[in-house]
Ligand binder design. Structure first.
Ligand SMILES: Cc1cc2nc3c(=O)[nH]c(=O)nc-3n(C[C@H](O)[C@H](O)[C@H](O)COP(=O)(O)OP(=O)(O)OC[C@H]3O[C@@H](n4cnc5c(N)ncnc54)[C@H](O)[C@@H]3O)c2cc1C
Length: 485
């Protein structure tokens, strides 16, 4: 159905942007109707593909002129519906902004455009002995702009920190279309820190300065198989208690291993109730010393088989099963929900036991994959979407897993963000006053609430309705679209 406001806006975009950068054809729009969270879908009103920060800024200013909301999108791999478009709005896609602008090895930094993929940064500096540390499993395709917006993590974030620890500067287009620089060196409020993880609600990142890390002298990867998940959990606690911070420490339960085996033939040890992958990196002498301790701890806590990668190929083989785990469950179940929650490491055994009880209570299988070192769980809730009621039961189990995380002092998201999917859980973690305070921050950047509205907050309100924010007629109210907010 044609929308006269969007029709006029599309004409203005055509005048402003290069040829082929404005999409209004319904068939082509469908490509953008969801991100990695495929059960939330909406056709964008218009898609634009700017090539420069100035074009992003101009597009955002035009949205403001027409009172139309906009949503940024990188590669669309997000798992919380953050890049879900708006039917009454504009999707601003950064896929044509893929230039690496500067590599500054003496200062260990690179300046890149937001559509550059995470892995492309490492590939650009690998030969010189550097890499970009945060490594989401989606790193071959996800964009650095999306990583910034989600404060993405990855297997190696236990030792090296999340995206926020590796961003030195940002150029952003504010929600009113101004181009602004934010730097980690700025005195005063940490606006750079506020922007990282803001899920597209505070504007659009158009240039990103990332920290580059030195490739470690030595890397050792070990796979340990345990009879039960408890044995693996005990090993994790003992390794950390020994003062060792591995680069990564990942765990998969028997069902996740079964799925990985079916999908990629990872050849993990047969009969394992849990598989632990521990990676140590750093100076060679330190790695060798720590490896001896980790191997001893794994044996003492009941590992029945330990494999050590002797080459880069063997290391890749160990990681293959883990890195493909999300997609792999598609081999053993017609449908599944990827959950993302966090608990204090010490609460892992209790929470996993709770997940077991939920499986029995609802007759739903859950495959567990987790960044064990930092208590970040990724339960994969399996269901048959053709079986009546099973999808609903799976959604209940998925929600109750988050309840368990909160009850144990954890969080409803470790790295996938709140987006549209988890906004309803925010009141379980935060009071109304907490949420109002967060909205004050949002309103300071975006008083007209045009930048990715309807995400993160459970009860989206116009900024004028948040205590402490100046009142005014919101553009969506003006245009009669406030009910879609
Ligand atoms: C198989 C698989 C494995 C994954 N593994 C991990 C993992 O290990 N760790 C992890 O953290 N995540 C993981 N993810 C989730 C996802 O890849 C990350 O959240 C990633 O950061 C999203 O990047 P993207 O470019 O796809 O962003 P999109 O999905 O396009 O967008 C995500 C959010 O960022 C906003 N956004 C995008 N670009 C910008 C910009 N330039 N400025 C401001 N806001 C912007 C969007 O509005 C949206 O809210 C995985 C996803 C998949 C499918």
């Amino acid at each position: 159905m044609s929308d006269p406001v969007l029709d006029r806006l599309a004409v203005r975009f055509e005048e402003l942007l290069p040829a082929g950068a404005v999409i209004t054809d319904p068939v082509r729009l469908r490509t953008y109707e969801c991100d990695g969270l495929t059960h939330h879908r909406a056709m964008p009103g218009i898609v634009v593909l700017p090539e420069t920060a100035e074009q992003v800024a101009a597009a955002v200013r035009l949205c403001g002129e027409y009172g139309v909301p906009f949503v940024a999108r990188g590669s669309g791999t997000g798992l919380s519906g953050g890049a879900l478009p708006r039917t009454d709005g504009v999707l601003i896609v950064t896929s044509r902004m893929r230039r690496i602008l500067e590599i500054d090895l003496p200062n260990r930094r690179a300046v890149v455009e937001p559509g550059v993929t995470n892995l492309a940064i490492t590939e650009a500096v690998r030969e010189q002995g550097y890499y970009y540390a945060p490594d989401p499993s989606s790193q071959q395709v996800c964009s650095i702009g999306g990583n910034v917006a989600e404060n993405a993590g990855g297997a190696h974030c236990l030792k090296y920190g999340f995206t926020v620890n590796h961003i030195l500067g940002l150029e952003i287009v504010t929600p009113d279309g101004e181009i602004v620089e934010l730097s980690a060196l700025d005195p005063g409020y940490d606006l750079l820190g506020a922007f990282v993880g803001s899920e597209g609600t505070l504007g659009i990142a158009t240039k990103i300065t990332v920290r580059l890390s030195r490739t470690p002298e030595a890397v050792t990867t070990l796979l340990a198989a345990f009879g039960s998940i408890e044995g693996g959990g005990e090993a994790v606690s003992a390794i950390i208690a020994a003062g060792i911070v591995p680069a990564a420490i990942e765990m998969m339960d028997a069902l996740a291993v079964e799925a990985a085996e079916a999908a990629v033939g990872c050849a993990y040890p047969e009969g394992a109730g849990a598989v632990l992958i521990v990676e140590l990196d750093g100076p060679r002498a330190e790695v060798e010393h720590q490896f001896a301790a980790v191997e001893r701890i794994c044996r003492e806590t009941g590992a029945f088989e330990i494999r050590v990668a002797a080459s880069a190929e063997e290391r890749a083989a160990i990681w293959k099963g883990r890195k493909s785990a999300f997609a792999a469950v598609g081999r053993i179940s017609p449908a599944y929900i990827v959950q993302d929650g966090v608990v204090p490491r010490t609460a892992l055994p209790e929470v996993l036991a709770g997940i077991d009880r939920l499986q029995e209570e609802y007759g739903i299988r859950v495959a567990n994959v987790f960044h064990a070192g930092d208590g970040n769980l990724h339960p994969l809730v399996l269901f048959d979407d053709a079986a009546p009621g099973e999808g609903e039961r799976a959604a209940t189990v998925s929600g109750r897993i988050l309840d368990l995380c909160i009850e144990h002092g954890g969080s409803i998201t470790g790295e996938h963000g709140v987006g549209v999917d988890k906004s309803r859980y925010m009141p379980k973690m935060f009071t109304e006053e907490d949420l109002d305070t967060m909205q004050l921050v949002r309103c300071a950047f975006d008083p007209r609430s045009l930048s990715n509205p309807g995400k993160v907050f459970p009860t989206p309100r116009l900024c004028g309705e948040v205590p402490g924010v100046r009142k005014g007629v919101h553009p969506l109210v003006e245009s009669g679209r406030a009910e879609q907010f």
